[in-house]
Structures are given as structure tokens and as C-alpha cells.
Design a protein around this ligand. Structure first.
Ligand code: AP5
Length: 218
């Protein structure tokens, strides 16, 4: 049985930031659907070209291609012990497909779904000040988590850049899409008894502590 944790929360809630720490602490793979799409985009694969328009608008990539990309990634040996899913599932059909696939492949079920709660006002400020590293997607914020040297990743020295979809107009649409299509997952996981609400407005280290306590509480 694999240990599977689904991180829920709006764009900019801190899913990526926290998933990196949790995956190290718990020794689980970190699977970010957004990072996988951005990697396809950079390599100009068929999937990357298909995803590009949706991502630029802040819309969701269709469920069928997203589900099959995640299933492929979860079949890698590094997921045998389990994984932190960051950005997937994002719709009820994606969550149902994940559950069906986990049952079929005897991997078990989602053990915990921490929901990182952050107000809309804070999200906009976080996304407009975010910088990500080219090499591995390490995340910084010019005010809340600045790199030691401006424009350079502390961990691998690669260049920091601002994501195309962090422009104000696109952020508005991403938040709208989140409320329409992703918030039903909060009820979905609550009904399964695995939801844990986390206050995402606290400083990064405090959110990490709360998350670790919640996922270690089996
Ligand atoms: P994706 O990359 O998943 O974007 P997202 O969900 O919008 O999430 P973000 O990466 O923007 O935010 P985050 O919660 O990870 O926050 P972060 O840690 O970076 O998806 C991009 C696109 O891909 C989608 O729009 C869609 O088109 C497509 N896609 C992806 N998955 C899909 C799916 N399943 N189905 C269909 N389409 C899909 O933090 C944000 C900033 O805040 C950083 O600067 C950070 O330093 C700072 N910060 C973090 N925590 C705190 C804190 N506690 N206090 C202060 N600042 C903080």
C-alpha cells in the first residue's frame, strides 16, 4: 500500500512550497501537475503544446489528458512508497479517476487531504511577488521568502523567473476557475473522512508545522 496525500488549496496557497518540504520529511515523491505541464511545455511535446493555451488563459487542461499524465507519473518506481499530489486532482472526475485507479492497482486510497486555506486578497499578493527557479521549480517570494541573492536560486543557483500565468488578469481567472471547479473537492474528501483544514495565512514555517502534525497523525 502506498502513502498518498493530496494537497488542496487555491492558486498561491502554498501547495508547491509545502509539498517540497513534506516530500523530503516523509520520504515521498512530490508530483506537481503544474510542474509536469510546464516541463512538457518547455520540451514542446504534443501534450505541452495542447496544454499551453489552457494554462495561458488560466483554464484547466482537459481531464482525460491530465489523468493519463498523472497515471504515467505515478507508475514510476519513486512512487512505490507513496506521493504528495500537488495540483491534482482539481475536478471531481479527476478525483474519481484517481480513486478508481488506486483501487485497481492495489495502491490503496488517499490517506489525507490537507486543505490550505488562504483569503483571495493574500493570494493575489503572493502570486504577484512569486519567483520560481528554472531548474527545479523551487519557489520564492520577493517579500515573504526572498532568495539570498536576487534572481538566483539558493538551492541550485539557477535563474529565477516570473510565471506567465501570474499576470493579474490570468490570476483572476485562475481563482474563478478554482472556485467553480476545484472547491467541490473539499466536500468530496470531507465525506471520505480524510480532509484536514490548515490555516495557510500563517508564516511558511508555521504552516509546515501544522501540515506535518496533520499528516503524521494517522
Ligand atoms: P499549478 O502550477 O498547479 O498552479 P496553481 O494550483 O495555480 O498553484 P500555484 O503553483 O500557483 O500555487 P501554490 O499553491 O503551489 O503556491 P506556491 O507554493 O507557489 O497549475 C498551473 C496551470 O496548470 C493551471 O492553471 C492549469 O492550467 C494547469 N493544471 C495544473 N494542474 C491541473 C489539473 N489537475 N487539471 C487541469 N489543469 C491543471 O506559493 C505562492 C507564493 O506564495 C510563493 O511566492 C511563495 O513563496 C509564497 N508563499 C507560500 N506560502 C506562504 C505563506 N505561508 N506566507 C507568505 N507567502 C507564502
Amino acid at each position: 500500500m502506498a502513502d498518498l496525500i493530496v494537497l488542496l488549496g487555491p492558486p498561491g496557497a502554498g501547495k508547491g512550497t509545502q509539498a517540497k518540504v513534506l516530500s523530503q520529511d516523509l520520504g515521498l515523491a512530490h508530483i506537481s501537475s503544474g510542474d509536469l505541464f510546464r516541463d512538457h511545455l518547455q520540451r514542446k511535446t504534443e501534450l505541452g503544446i495542447l496544454a499551453q493555451g489552457y494554462m495561458q488563459r488560466g483554464d484547466l487542461v482537459p481531464d482525460d489528458v491530465t489523468i493519463s499524465m498523472i497515471r504515467d507519473r505515478m507508475s514510476n518506481p519513486d512512487c512505490a512508497k507513496g506521493a504528495i499530489l500537488d495540483g491534482f486532482p482539481r475536478t471531481v472526475p479527476q478525483a474519481q479517476a484517481l480513486d478508481a485507479w488506486l483501487a485497481d492497482s492495489k495502491l490503496g486510497a488517499v490517506r489525507k487531504a490537507p486543505y490550505i486555506k488562504v483569503s483571495e486578497k493574500a493570494l493575489v499578493e503572493r502570486l504577484s511577488g512569486r519567483w520560481s527557479c528554472r531548474a527545479a521549480g523551487h519557489v520564492y517570494h520577493e517579500k515573504f521568502n526572498p532568495p539570498k541573492q536576487s534572481g538566483k536560486c539558493d538551492l541550485d543557483g539557477s535563474e529565477l523567473y516570473q510565471r506567465e500565468d501570474d499576470k493579474a488578469e490570468t490570476v483572476k481567472n485562475r481563482i474563478r476557475v478554482y472556485f467553480e471547479q476545484t472547491t467541490p473537492l473539499i466536500e468530496y474528501y470531507r465525506r471520505k473522512g480524510v480532509l484536514a483544514e490548515i490555516d495557510g495565512e500563517k508564516p511558511i514555517a508555521e504552516v509546515t508545522e501544522e501540515l506535518l502534525a496533520s499528516v503524521k497523525n494517522k
